[in-house]
Ligand binder design. Structure first.
Ligand SMILES: Cc1cc2nc3c(=O)[nH]c(=O)nc-3n(C[C@H](O)[C@H](O)[C@H](O)COP(=O)(O)OP(=O)(O)OC[C@H]3O[C@@H](n4cnc5c(N)ncnc54)[C@H](O)[C@@H]3O)c2cc1C
Length: 386
């Protein structure tokens, strides 16, 4: 492995940073390829420690760039993180599949619970730990304010009871950022708090759910009087909604950026396989959509990096993300006709898995119907429908 002096990464200009990154990727091709995450494996195998790809990037400084020194980072702006994700995707590498969760949870933890971030985030960043997000419930997905998982005040902490569902990587995670009700049920979004929970806490059990991609990356989590100490609350009591809304901005910004980097790489793979004039038109439409996504998520990341609230406009990012994902994978399916339906090579399984996963892009992190409502009412100021 080529040594990188990571100490000065935070002070490099975007061009210097990019040049150094590209050169490092080139010099370390063999090691990166050998340790690249393999999503055709089961979730347990693909995410099992020691997670060499993440360790390699961490040791060389690339996963420290753009994060504050207090959590092991080299300083610098979040734009550097965006450069790292895109640099790897452009060189054809798959990002570790739990990295998006890291990008969603860590900025929000830093803002609302810096002490917890300083103690625990380095484990996640360096690949020693995996974390998950415990928000959704069976009757509280889009309508998250109706969640029922309860945190009852007890001496020295909180007793959590309830049930979460659709939690990515929960069954292989070490910690969970959890939302639970601390107010009365009627208090809706005003009575919710956030907690950092260790998954091996007595009374916490994650059960994997097998999805139609036949991977069990999603789970449900049961809480049965699980004790969480007072110092594990994120922010103030009943500040959980505000925390979640801040976190969602990063999900719409940096996560979308990671996905557009992957989609653009996918389009470059597809382009030589396009044969019919219909496919040519679809290719043009797919590039346009991926480019639109790139532009809006670029704007959102830069706003968030400067501490500017991105606002309801991020619903546009989410809508572009889900539609770009689906258009690109529709086209991938079309150019790989035959292999998609009947192929049994690992590449074919990857295509089918990716295709199914992109169908869920209009559900996770805010369903498309809800996002369209937000854009109509809060961005465009249109009247509510009857
Ligand atoms: C791949 C994947 C990963 C996920 N990862 C996580 C995770 O890590 N952690 C976590 O907590 N959750 C996770 N989720 C859950 C996700 O956040 C929810 O699926 C999402 O919020 C939608 O909630 P729901 O599934 O209950 O659907 P519902 O809210 O029941 O919605 C069902 C349908 O009804 C529509 N609908 C609902 N309300 C309205 C309305 N008011 N107006 C118009 N239409 C409406 C929706 O748009 C949707 O089409 C994940 C989901 C997926 C698919």
């Amino acid at each position: 492995m080529t040594d990188t002096t990571s100490a000065d990464l935070g002070s490099l200009s975007p061009i210097e940073f990019q040049q150094r990154l590209d050169q490092w990727i080139k010099d370390n091709e063999a090691e990166l390829t050998a340790s690249e995450p393999d999503e055709s494996k089961s979730v347990e195998e693909a995410t099992a420690p020691p997670r060499p790809f993440q360790t390699l990037l961490w040791n060389a400084g690339w996963l420290r760039a753009g994060w504050p020194e207090e959590i092991g980072g080299t300083g610098g702006s979040a734009v550097q993180r965006a450069q790292v994700y895109e640099g790897l995707a452009a060189a054809g590498y798959a990002l570790p599949e739990t990295l998006p969760t890291l990008e969603v949870l860590t900025p929000a933890l830093l803002k609302y619970a810096p002490a917890l971030a300083h103690t625990y985030s380095e484990g996640f960043l360096s690949g020693k730990e995996l974390w998950c997000q415990g928000f959704s419930e069976t009757e509280a997905g889009s309508d998250m304010a109706s969640m029922r998982t309860r945190a009852k005040k007890v001496e020295g902490g909180w007793s959590i009871s309830g049930h979460k569902v659709w939690n990515s990587y929960a069954s292989v995670s070490d910690r969970c950022v959890l939302l639970a009700r601390t107010g009365e049920q009627e208090s809706r979004h005003k009575g919710i708090s956030a907690f950092l929970v260790d998954m091996d806490t007595p009374g916490v059990e994650a059960r994997p759910i097998k999805t139609m991609t036949s991977r069990n990356e999603l789970s449900e989590i049961y809480f049965d009087n699980a004790f969480i100490a007072d110092d594990r609350i994120i922010g103030e009591v009943n500040q959980g909604w505000e925390f979640a809304m801040y976190l969602l901005q990063w999900e719409r910004g940096m996560y979308a950026w990671m996905r557009q980097a992957w989609l653009n790489n996918r389009l470059d793979e597809i382009r030589p396989l396009v044969k019919t004039s219909d496919q040519e038109k679809e290719l043009g439409a797919a590039y346009m959509r991926a480019l639109a996504l790139r532009l809006v998520s670029r704007r959102t990341i830069r706003q968030l990096d400067k501490g500017i609230y991105a606002g309801p406009e991020v619903s546009i990012d989410k809508l572009l993300l889900s539609s770009a994902e689906q258009i690109v994978l529709d086209l991938a399916r079309s150019v790989h006709r035959g292999a998609y339906e009947l192929g049994d090579e690992p590449e074919d399984a990857r295509l089918v898995g990716d295709f199914f996963y992109t169908r869920s892009a209009s559900i996770y992190g805010g369903a498309a119907e809800i996002q369209r409502d937000v854009v109509a009412q809060r961005v465009l100021g249109l009247p509510r429908g009857r």
